[in-house]
Design a protein. Structure first.
Length: 278
């Protein structure tokens, strides 16, 4: 059995590697489109003075392809606030935790290209588990695009003996705006509390990161030259309003970050640069 401290190091190293790979792929997409030389802005942050970890945030805005994209990786530890402990598995008694994760949100300039969200994490309390997922939020629904994404995720789950139907349903239920009675996007997969067989779960998490790169890259490049109108952009901005509502009202990552002393700018990097409401 692998010691928990070694597991932490493996996971954190993978998240750092994946962060760099995603940044490289997105930079290549942006810069190859119109021969730009845009680079991600790197920002390191520390949780606090008590050496409880921190993270690295890579962002850029106002590109020709990407309106805004953030690729964050963090590793933090500490003690949860008493009122939050009952909401986290294994933290009920003393509130101690360690958590490492990567989170990616990409808002595209072209309204015909959907927004992408991906995250994976490893959390340790008196228990330890993986969680995460990916989902896609289009302004204009594309059946072919939706089938492609879901097939890739279904194949990934089958390959790793994961319950695709369960993960898909969890995603559909999670990314739902209850106050508007509508889904945020076209779903994807979402999972949490994957505790049994650490080696297999870690393999699944790694492969999901690679599949996210493949799916997002394929969809973006397939639609990068599509023309769009002012009306298309207006529809995108209203759709982004829904994105904002979900992240501020329901998102677990937002709540976890705020209750674990995370970096505020990194927590809210998921919000689009511009949105509208009627």
């Amino acid at each position: 059995m692998i010691d928990i401290e070694i597991k932490k190091k493996f996971v954190e190293s993978w998240f750092s590697y994946l962060q760099n790979q995603i940044c490289k792929e997105f930079e290549n997409i942006e810069n190859n489109h119109k021969k730009n030389k845009i680079r991600f802005l790197k920002r390191n942050w520390k949780k606090d003075k008590f050496k409880e970890g921190g993270g690295t945030s890579f962002t850029f805005k106002n590109g020709n392809v990407f309106d805004k994209v953030g690729v964050n990786k963090s590793t933090v530890k500490g003690v949860f606030k008493k009122e939050f402990r009952s909401k986290i598995l294994g933290a009920e008694k003393n509130g101690k935790y360690w958590a490492s994760g990567i989170s990616v949100v990409a808002h595209l300039k072209n309204p015909k290209i959907p927004a992408f969200h991906f995250n994976t994490r490893f959390i340790v309390t008196s228990k330890s588990w993986f969680g995460g997922g990916m989902d896609v939020t289009p302004t204009f629904h594309d059946i072919k695009e939706s089938k492609y994404m879901h097939k890739q995720l279904r194949d990934l789950c089958l390959k790793n003996n994961k319950n695709y139907k369960k993960f898909k349903k969890w995603c559909d239920n999670y990314f739902y705006l209850h106050h508007r009675k509508e889904p945020r996007g076209i779903g994807g997969i979402f999972f949490d509390y994957e505790k049994k067989n650490w080696e297999n779960n870690f393999k699944f998490v790694r492969e999901l990161g690679i599949v996210f790169i493949m799916i997002s890259k394929s969809i973006i490049l397939n639609k990068i030259k599509l023309k769009w109108s002012k009306m298309d952009k207006e529809k995108q901005l209203y759709k982004r309003g829904r994105y904002v509502e979900f992240n501020l009202l329901y998102d677990r990552g937002t709540k976890f970050g705020l209750n674990s002393g995370g970096d505020i700018e990194s927590i809210f990097m998921s919000l689009p640069p511009e949105a509208k409401w009627k």
